[in-house]
Design a protein around this ligand. Structure first.
Ligand code: SF4
Ligand code: SF4
Length: 365
């Protein structure tokens, strides 16, 4: 395992992090804890969880593994978060996380999922940011960080306040042209930079042909290539991979072992291609789950990805067979725009609804 320094914290963290949000059977806490321990045995020492992942089951699984990791020895670092705006609410989240994880302090505590500059201001006025600093003084938090899917220029506004020691941001081969300004600014400040959604929420592994252009050798898998692409960025401390099981852990560790850096020219070629072909694909992160009339927007946006990816799959069938719905559900949309405002990929969702309707109309003509 390769280890890298996390900003100026003095901590050496593994070059791949464990994202505890994609366990194969999240209800089976013991099985998930085994996956965490397997990663620990392979040298992974950064474990990222959240109170909201699987309604607390993720923190419980990591907490169960923590008991064993303490016995086995060796450093490990826990990351968790709260998106609460009010100080008292954030404190409650923190106390619950400490209890579930079975530790006295959180190594990296995140002001979670800052959506916009306005949202950032509301975290400050609500008291959440001051509460994080207070908990740090009390020793309940060792290092404060924030997580966001904002575009690069907005990330820089938060960075420039010099409050945090690290940032966790959405970054992958699909969206890097739109995010790299924030990445570079964080690295310039010598902050830890953790990248979430490195495989674009599974879009890359599910569409190997569309993403074959990121491969450098025929025998490489697109997952390996996507991780190698991220490892090639000196600014990135680690990608956070959402592991389902032990086999996923082994694949990521192998990708690190076979890593050869992409050259600047190769990255430029990929960038041009992404800008031409993959502007704002849905990563099924589900942050758009804010619809006042209960439309599951991500189901339609994931299906709309097929409009931009090579493949023969029927849109109607994708909606019916995979998501159990039909395009008629969109008739209930009142066009409030809430889903667009929440979208981490900044997708023009309402326009894409129209594209999808038109394509399905043609498909069934
Ligand atoms: S624009 Fe339509 S789909 Fe989006 S949140 Fe509003 S009602 Fe729901
Ligand atoms: S539409 Fe946007 S917010 Fe919703 S799942 Fe897709 S990327 Fe995430």
């Amino acid at each position: 395992m390769t280890y890298k320094k996390y900003g100026q914290t003095g901590k050496m963290v593994s070059a791949v992090g464990f994202g505890a949000m994609r366990f194969e059977h999240p209800e089976q806490v013991e099985e998930s804890a085994e996956t965490v321990l397997h990663a620990f045995e392979k040298g992974i020492n950064y474990f990222d969880t959240a109170p909201g992942y699987f309604k607390g089951k993720s923190e419980e699984a990591v907490g169960l593994a923590v008991k064993e990791m303490k016995k086995r020895g060796g450093p490990f670092y826990l990351s968790t978060k709260s998106m609460k705006k009010k100080a008292s609410d954030l404190r409650r989240d923190l106390e619950k996380s400490l209890e579930r994880l079975g530790v006295d302090s959180i190594d990296f505590f995140h002001c979670w999922y800052i959506l916009s500059v306005e949202d950032w201001e509301s975290r400050k006025t609500g008291g959440a940011v001051d509460e994080i600093m207070r908990a740090k003084e009390e020793g309940l938090i060792k290092h404060a960080a924030f997580s966001t899917h904002m575009p690069g220029d907005d990330i820089m506004k938060v960075l420039d306040e010099d409050i945090f020691e690290g940032v966790t941001l959405g970054y992958s081969v699909i969206n890097f042209p739109y995010r790299e300004a924030g990445l570079k600014a964080a690295a310039k400040k010598d902050m830890g930079v953790v990248v979430m959604n490195p495989l674009a929420g599974g879009v890359i592994p599910r569409n190997p042909e569309s993403f074959s252009f990121i491969k450098r050798k025929p025998e490489q898998s697109v997952v390996e290539a996507a991780l190698h692409f991220l490892f090639s960025h000196d600014e990135i401390t680690m990608p956070l991979v959402g592991f389902r099981n032990k086999s996923d852990v082994d694949d990521a560790v192998r990708a690190l072992e076979t890593f050869q850096p992409y050259q600047t020219g190769e990255i430029e070629v990929i960038k041009e291609r992404v800008e031409e072909e993959f502007n704002n694909l849905c990563t099924t992160c589900r942050y758009c789950d804010v619809c006042p009339v209960d439309i599951d927007v991500w189901r339609f946006m994931e299906t709309a990805n097929l409009l931009y990816l090579k493949g023969e799959e029927s849109l109607t069938e994708r909606l019916r067979g995979h998501w159990g719905t039909s395009i008629d559900e969109l008739d209930r949309c009142i066009q409030c725009g809430d889903c667009e405002a929440a979208c981490t990929q900044h997708i023009p969702i309402l326009d894409r609804f129209e594209e999808l309707k038109e394509a399905i109309r043609k498909e069934n003509a």
